[in-house]
Design a binder for this molecule. Sequence first.
Ligand code: ARG
Length: 459
Amino acid sequence: MALWGGRFTQGPDQRFKDYNDSLKFDYRLALEDIEGSIAWADAIYSAGVLTEQENKDLKKALEELYEEVSENLDEIAKCDDEDIHSYVERRLIEKVGNLGKKLHTGRSRNDQVAVDLKLWCMKACDHVLSSIDKLQKQLLKVADENQGSIFPGYTHLQRAQPVTFTHWILAYIQMFERDYLRLINAKELLSTCPLGSAALAGTAYNIDRDALAQALGFKCATRNSLDGVSDRDHVMELLSCASISMVHLSRLAEDLIIYNSGEAKFVELSDKVTSGSSLMPQKKNPDALELIRGKCGRVVGALTGMLVTTKALPLAYDKDLQEDKERLFDAIDTWIDSLDMAALVFEGIKLNKQNAIDAAKGGYSNATELADYLVSKNVPFREAHSIVGRIVLYAISKDKALEDLSVAEFKEYSEVISDDVYPCLQLENILAKRDIIGGVAPAQSAQEIKRMKEYLENR
Ligand code: ARG
């Protein structure tokens, strides 16, 4: 059943219908469309369009439909209706006859789809928030279990200074925390209800739009009907939140792919999230992580697509906006799946402590310490930097670590170096010295883990 047709003398070409119909993807808005319709029935009842009995009958039928479709949403996609709004209206009319035809009074599919999608976005935010929360808790668990484990720290992918595995994990917990807060902000910002904007000029029926908004769980009504039906900022914003978070996930994935490589062997991934090669029997590939890294492109693509679709779009509603849904649904699904997959990776991850320590020891990552030592002996830092540079060059030529040089060898470069240099070069001491907020000292990490645990449990 089409929702229009009176002014047409010919039906649509099948090829146009296939191109135009959106039920195959907007069926995912079925529950939100019914929720919006129930609230709308109350609104037009209060405006005197429906009798009390009619309102009751309509709502009862809509509630029944809600139960029926929530069991198997996917089934809806197979129907021939133009979109989810046509589907719900047809099913309603099948249940209550002509009364069902009254529900659309004062409403347009333009404000209907706008409110449906916002309701969907609010629920999607909650799902994503819960997945971020689970990932952070899993990361915190592994950070806690590995406290004090020395790990090589990099800049330019060159060994720079020693860190701990825990400190590295805590960095990602911070990134996901920003993703979490960003999403809360986005959810807050989208909490205005466009229903009542009708096609573009606002409904002609006297309804209390703020009350309608609150009945649907929004903070208040949108303040301009043209904007109400054409605003898709929330789609762009959720896609932007998703993109930034997927970028974080891709960095996490890439770090782990490197740490898990045969060259590094700092961590070992569990069999549960890796797969083998059909040709090379020895292979164990980090597919879960590679897919997380790869899917980032798909989500960023969805954001780019939505921005371009909306660019220069004239007010108010245009059919271009129908292009908002597939990419939003896909991006949110992908985001949730990737967060969950990252959590699964950390369920079975194993740290190869010794390999990590060996790597942290190599690469002269205690050279900065030697410079600081010289500074403590009153050598100006710039000079100390240059002295240590020359000592490193010498050590490389001897294939020795700094701590393996003798005092006599050190003294060739600076008279002030004596026996007390060795403790300064020890990794444990290097870490322990950085005991400030955000620093790598294990004592600092222990506090941070405690703080994050309390925070995550109580938010
Ligand atoms: N399927 C449409 C969409 O997703 C619903 C709104 C249709 N409005 C219209 N005037 N044809 O945007």
